[in-house]
Design a protein around this ligand. Structure first.
Ligand SMILES: NC(=O)c1ccc[n+]([C@@H]2O[C@H](COP(=O)([O-])OP(=O)(O)OC[C@H]3O[C@@H](n4cnc5c(N)ncnc54)[C@H](O)[C@@H]3O)[C@@H](O)[C@H]2O)c1
Length: 351
């Protein structure tokens, strides 16, 4: 170790002087452990030792619980776990006019929920509500709000609070290459698919915390665990939402364990009768349906699952792909391919 005298007189080293350093002053570094012992007082050593023992105990605790939760997950696949009841809960669903949002609303009717169906498409959202109310009178109401507009979200909070479950499902897609997709499409995708989640969560969360209960769910996509051509901006939005939701889980499990989160990751959904075709999709893996995805969303909320993929095994498949060396992963991606393109191309028009 250098003495304080040596340190005081040593000139600051410049990058150029490095080669010219006097090698005679070079000494073999002391082994880290010897240096550590020589620097530590017995008291500090004792503290370090206790920290290490604690760390070791935590590792063992972590391993035991990991094995426990893996076994529990396997059991849950066969024996349904305890589920919370959604009876009487007020659920706000965005993007409720058609497709997956509509199916989620219909499934919530069966759970005994009070539903606020939010969308910008007036006729279709009224149709969703009419379908819900035909199943159980007065259980659903339609609201016209643009969730990318913060002013409208403020109005929505005043009108709809208290909300027990917030389902951020609205989303838009575009299947074009990075140069074909327009600036406006990229911007709108981020506004609807990502930014609106921040605005609605920050608007409704304080009420949930105050009441000591709440559940926030998001529709992401299987795209958030993988990659495919022609959907770079869309995939980026779904990765963003997935990351945001997982970070919220971390925030809540420490500060607000009463607030739960669920993120749904469906594979390509065969357009529901209520929904238009958004892009052309060609894959060896089968599509899923909107009704099936809605069931997974509601089951995930009831079981307080953090991540839900549709189909379930997709999660393991996509994780396994990510562990492979990149070229090996690409071979499997090519074998099972998921080719996406814009509808304009299919119809022979340039996007
Ligand atoms: N369709 C698929 O293959 C697929 C696959 C995985 C994930 N997803 C995701 O599932 C969700 C639902 O998709 P879908 O297929 O039912 O789409 P969809 O287009 O049928 O429905 C989306 C709804 O969101 C509404 N919406 C859009 N912008 C809005 C805004 N600013 N304010 C309020 N509402 C708005 C639309 O009006 C529409 O009713 C989306 O988040 C989508 O990204 C879809």
């Amino acid at each position: 170790m250098a003495t304080s005298e040596e340190v005081r007189h040593r000139k600051p080293a410049s990058p150029d002087s490095q080669d010219a350093t006097d090698m005679s002053s070079f000494r073999e570094p002391e082994p880290v452990f010897t240096r550590f012992i020589s620097m530590t007082s017995p008291k500090r050593l004792e503290r370090e030792l206790i920290d290490w023992i604690k760390f070791l105990a935590e590792l063992i605790y972590g391993l035991v619980l990991t094995v426990f939760y893996i076994i529990k997950e396997i059991i849950d696949l066969t024996v349904p776990p305890r589920q919370k009841s959604l009876q009487g809960e007020h659920v706000l669903v965005t993007g409720a006019a058609r497709g997956l949002g509509r199916e989620i609303c219909l499934r919530l009717v069966r759970e005994g929920c009070k539903i606020s169906a939010v969308d910008i498409l007036e006729d279709q959202v009224r149709e969703t509500v009419a379908l819900c109310n035909a199943m159980r009178p007065n259980c659903a109401t339609a609201y016209l709000y643009n969730i990318t507009d913060k002013k409208q979200i403020e109005a929505m909070v005043s009108e709809l609070e208290p909300v027990d479950i917030l389902i951020n499902n609205a989303g838009i897609v575009s299947g074009s290459s990075i140069l074909e997709v327009t600036d406006q499409q990229i911007q709108t995708m981020f506004d609807v698919n990502v930014m609106s989640h921040f605005w609605t969560i920050r608007a409704f969360l304080p009420g949930m915390i105050e009441r000591g209960k709440g559940h926030i769910a998001a529709t992401a996509s299987a795209a958030a665990f993988t990659q495919a051509e022609n959907i770079a901006p869309y995939t980026a939005t779904k990765y963003a939402v997935t990351g945001m939701m997982l970070c919220l889980r971390e925030e809540f499990r420490r500060a607000h364990p009463e607030i739960k989160i669920t993120t749904l990751h469906p594979f390509f959904i065969t357009p529901a009768a209520s929904s238009p075709e958004h892009w052309t999709v060609n894959s060896r893996l089968p599509d899923v349906t909107a009704a099936q995805s809605a069931d997974f969303m509601v089951d995930g909320i009831k079981k307080e699952k953090v991540t839900v993929t549709v189909p379930r095994h997709l999660y393991f498949l996509l994780q396994a792909l990510s562990w492979l060396p990149t070229p090996a992963g690409e071979i499997w991606r090519d074998i099972f391919y998921a080719r996406i393109d814009s509808l304009e191309k299919k119809n022979g028009k340039t996007p």
